[in-house]
Design a protein around this ligand. Structure first.
Ligand code: GN1
Ligand code: MG
Length: 363
């Protein structure tokens, strides 16, 4: 049933592929993503965009196509093979639209699958941390001359701290007594960190930290590596929109430096790996440093802490709301994710002294 449906949707797009089979790529929390295997390569990635979360799907697809084209243009001197492995390429429908809308109102888009590649949920090697940083820095430098104001804000206030606190406060008003009671320790942590977690936002609002094109979902599983662990391509560009570099820097750290998966329930396994942090930052700043002001550079570590906190807060808020936003596999899944992220903040804070910014050396 699903197979027939996917085949039918796949055939709406303009490509030479003949459908053979599909596999669900289930690591995302929002969209439905499938690998479409064809009789002959290339394979494709077919994605249903969750329009409950993304209210302006045409805007979202417009963003990611425009950003891919911009990068393709920048990489046009590479061999065709290398270029195709370095940036996502999308296919239009047979009628020339960048997405297909089915009879149920769902939006679909398709991109070419980059072969001989791997993704990671957990990092086990400093080289991968470095490569992740290098590739992300490269993505941000390649898009640095794209006019961010031309991008649709696909989720307004996505990383806005006051907005996330307001959502949390609303959730507190409506949460079940049982969930409130279970989460009381985490609720207190959110209150305790309120001031510190607004510092980056104030710097953004004052203009001291600049708004630019950012990816906004730079977790490690959104970075594609070659089978030899060379960083290839930043994927999942759904949330590309105007933002600040600190959260892209930080979201990668949130996942690269966590010694366990984002939803690991044994919190003894959740630690912040400082060696991966240094390797990642070295890779990130290799290309990116000249694009940052001294102040932006100085606040990167706090940006990382703030990003981990944003995710802790969002998971906790969704738990208090009764799991209405993220896909969950069991009732306490969001709470487990939140506890995991709070543990990571604790470990981060033990290992990185944010106040000694001058001691944070990257060359
Ligand atoms: C969501 O769906 P996915 O996995 O690409 C979320 C991100 C979170 C991430 C946590 C639109 O991304 O913000 O960082 O889960 N995306 C949206 O793993 O909310
Ligand atoms: Mg995403």
């Amino acid at each position: 049933m699903l197979e027939q449906k996917l085949e039918c949707i796949f055939n709406q797009f303009n490509h030479n592929g003949e459908f053979d089979s599909y596999e669900e790529l289930a690591s995302g929390h929002i969209n439905d993503t499938y690998l479409i295997k064809t009789k002959e390569k290339p394979f494709f990635v077919l994605q249903r965009i969750n329009h409950g979360v993304f209210k302006d799907v045409p805007g979202l697809i417009g963003n990611k196509v425009a950003i891919s084209r911009h990068i393709q243009e920048k990489l046009k001197d590479l061999s065709e093979k290398k270029q195709k492995r370095s940036v996502l390429a999308f296919a239009d429908t047979k009628t020339g639209e960048p997405y297909y809308k089915d009879e149920e109102g769902n939006y679909w888009n398709i991109m070419y699958f980059i072969d001989d590649s791997v993704t990671y949920e957990i990092v086990k090697d400093e080289k991968i941390a470095y490569e992740g940083g290098r590739l992300l820095g490269k993505f941000l430098t390649l898009t640095s001359d794209f006019d961010a104001s031309k991008l649709t804000e696909v989720i307004p206030n996505f990383h806005d701290m006051s907005f996330r606190y307001a959502q949390f406060e609303d959730a507190l008003k409506n949460a079940s007594i049982e969930r409130m009671d279970k989460a009381k320790e985490q609720i207190k942590l959110v209150e305790d960190l309120r001031e510190e977690m607004h510092i980056i936002q104030h710097l953004k609002e004052s203009g001291a930290i600049k708004t630019r094109v950012t990816h906004n979902d730079t977790k490690i599983s959104n970075i594609l590596f070659s089978t030899k662990n060379k960083g290839l391509c930043v994927i999942d560009t759904d949330t590309v929109m105007p933002g600040i570099v600190h959260y892209d820097f930080g979201d990668a750290i949130r996942t690269i430096c966590n010694t366990a998966a984002e939803d690991e329930t044994n919190l003894d396994l959740v630690e912040f790996n400082i060696d991966y942090y240094n390797a990642y930052a070295k890779g990130f700043l290799k290309k990116m440093k000249p694009f940052l002001s001294p102040l932006e550079l100085e606040y990167l570590p706090l940006g990382a802490k703030t990003m981990i906190f944003i995710m802790a807060l969002r998971f906790l808020t969704d738990y208090l709301n009764g799991d209405v936003y993220y896909k969950t596999k069991y009732p306490e899944h969001n709470f487990d994710r939140a506890k995991n992220q709070f543990k990571l903040i604790e470990s981060f804070s033990e290992k990185i002294n944010i106040l000694k910014k001058d001691k944070w050396e990257i060359t």
